[in-house]
Design a protein around this ligand. Structure first.
Ligand SMILES: N[C@@H](CCC(=O)N[C@@H](CS)C(=O)NCC(=O)O)C(=O)O
Length: 266
């Protein structure tokens, strides 16, 4: 018996954040997969629990809790037995700064994923179907970005900006691990969970070439330690659709020269 139901998607970065903390805290949940490719996030049934048309949504005793970073905080407040957040005000502030940083990066993570890879799948859809899907995105910025990146791929302004923000975040993360094993606190916690899915996405898009073991040694060491956590396989790997992950790698590899040039320009 569990009070928790998670509406989520396997490779979605924001869903992964929440699953990592559910795993850390050993909390069982009912899993409801929302198929983002077929537009299930836009159905009238789903937007009743998440009016932003995005995953994840956590139902706690039937009540929706939305926004991934706030869900992480909710899980800590509601289930503090296995701690995922430091208590002292300074570390707590630092934790919340990381949540803000990752929330702000989310739109860029989406732009690079779609701009480098997913657009190549989307453009195979009939034009009117694709247009309908784009028009269903309620956030104007995201909608315009989606249109731009489908049309222009790596040349879209939002993709270039997304790559530039990725480079800045890579450096900021390396810096953030100076003198510490985890981003805040003595153990893996909500700051680490909020950051990890983006570093994994960089790996899936082969962008880890630009934050490799030589240039970003602490980040790589941390990344490997997260992958060795006991709940990693169940909460992350088991939900990843391997054909899609392979497609991300392939589409990115095909554009390696262009990506090298873009990163060299930052
Ligand atoms: N601020 C939201 C952002 C959630 C979000 O952007 N989710 C993405 C997946 S990682 C999504 O559902 N996208 C749906 C779409 O692109 O149509 C949160 O942190 O929960």
């Amino acid at each position: 018996m569990t009070d928790l139901t998670l509406y989520h998607n396997g490779p979605s970065t924001c869903s992964q954040k929440v699953r990592l903390i559910l795993g850390l805290k050993n909390l069982p949940y009912h899993s409801k997969i929302i198929d983002l490719q077929s537009g299930e996030q836009h159905t009238s049934e789903y937007i009743k629990i998440n009016p932003n048309h995005v995953v994840p949504t956590l139902l706690f005793k039937g009540n929706p809790i939305i926004e991934s970073s706030l869900i992480l905080e909710f899980l800590e407040d509601q289930f503090p037995e296995i701690s995922a957040r430091p208590i002292d005000p300074e570390s707590l502030h630092k934790t919340r700064l990381w949540l803000k940083t990752t929330d702000a990066y989310q739109i860029h993570g989406g732009s690079i994923t779609y701009g480098i890879a997913v657009r190549n799948i989307l453009i195979l859809k009939p034009k009117d179907e694709l247009e309908k899907e784009i028009n269903e995105i309620p956030d104007i910025q995201r909608r315009e970005n989606r249109r731009d990146l489908i049309e222009n791929g790596l040349k879209a302004e939002c993709v270039i900006q997304g790559l530039s923000e990725s480079k800045k975040l890579m450096d900021k993360l390396e810096d953030g691990l100076k003198g510490t094993d985890w981003f805040t606190g003595a153990n893996f916690g909500i700051a680490d969970a909020a950051i990890f899915p983006y570093v994994l996405r960089w790996e899936q898009l082969t962008l880890s070439d630009y934050c490799n073991e030589n240039s970003h040694p602490k980040l790589n060491d941390w990344f490997n330690r997260v992958k060795n956590l006991p709940f990693y396989e169940e909460q992350i790997l088991s939900f990843l659709p391997m054909p899609l992950i392979e497609a991300l790698r392939q589409f990115s590899t095909n554009q390696k020269n262009e990506l090298d040039e873009i990163f060299a320009s930052f």
